[in-house]
Design a protein around this ligand. Structure first.
Ligand code: ADP
Ligand code: MG
Length: 261
């Protein structure tokens, strides 16, 4: 926040509704003598309520970038500001708080625990975050929240089923419910339909579009599939370690995104 005040050229956080801002993000992997440069200076501005798709080929660094934006991985250079706080530079403890309270993440392979039922899987994050006693004190509210979300996602009749008994599309709905438990400011989705057949994938996309349109959910999705990317408000291409607009220009502030209506 002080960074914004000390630099009059930068508007204060929130003034332009920017919720997430990445600047000059770099990531490389070293293996022996070689350095594999995956992200070579990624800039991205995400506004509250936007649905952004990042499209790129397999291996282009989409998952790496999404993990860095969501604080699940750290970059070798650059900054990622969430509401004006550079999450790259804060303590693990504070980062964990932001991840738990402000972000939701949906993975391609669901990452559910097969031995837990649908309701328990949905409540996984608060079950981990709070101590047993802390969880017990909140259990009734959390159960209600989880059941409401699962109902909305069409899984109200499966609450007590183990996740291993569900189809792929149902599993991804549980994963979406789990990601929405904390009413996240930003929902990250990594190829959320990548493991599903066409029709089931279409239904999962419809869930995301609905969340965005009806509830104003901010979403950042990565995909290798152009037809899925086109469901978003704005498409960016990850190519050669940088984000480009489909026309080729980079995602800088010089070209502002369209105003929300
Ligand atoms: P995408 O999601 O676009 O398919 P990834 O972000 O998963 O791409 O990976 C980008 C590149 O980085 C790939 O070439 C991958 O092999 C490499 N990579 C990812 N993680 C590691 C790692 N931990 N060590 C070395 N290379 C990695
Ligand atoms: Mg990936």
């Amino acid at each position: 926040m002080s960074q914004a005040i000390s630099n009059p050229a930068v508007s204060p956080p929130g003034a332009d509704k920017t919720i997430l801002r990445a600047a000059a993000v770099q990531k490389f992997y070293r293996s022996g003598e070689e350095t594999l440069s995956i992200l070579r200076g990624v800039d991205l501005n995400v506004r509250t309520g936007e649905f952004i798709a990042i499209e790129g080929r397999s291996g282009s660094g989409k998952s790496t970038l999404l993990h860095i934006l969501a604080g699940l991985d750290s970059p070798n250079g650059g900054t990622v500001q969430f509401n004006g706080v550079n999450i790259v530079a804060i303590s693990d403890r504070n980062l964990a708080k932001i991840r738990n309270r402000e972000f939701g993440f949906v993975f391609q392979f669901y990452h559910l625990l097969p031995e837990l039922n649908v309701l328990e899987n949905t409540m996984l994050s608060p079950m981990i975050e709070f101590s047993t006693l802390g969880f017990r004190a909140r259990a009734a509210d959390l159960r209600k929240r989880a059941a409401d979300l699962l109902n909305q996602l069409g899984l109200g009749h499966r609450l007590k089923h183990r996740s291993s008994q569900l189809s792929g599309g149902e599993r991804q709905r549980v994963a979406i419910a789990r990601a929405l438990m904390n009413d996240p400011k930003v929902l990250f989705a990594d190829e959320p339909t990548g493991n599903l057949d066409f029709e089931t994938g279409r239904q999962i996309m419809a869930v995301l579009e609905d969340l965005h349109r009806r509830q104003g959910q901010t979403i950042i999705m990565v995909t290798h599939d152009r037809s899925l990317a086109l469901k978003a408000d704005r498409v960016l291409i990850l190519r050669n370690g940088k984000l480009e607009r489909p026309g080729g220009a980079s995602d800088t502030e010089k070209v502002p995104a369209p105003e929300e209506d």
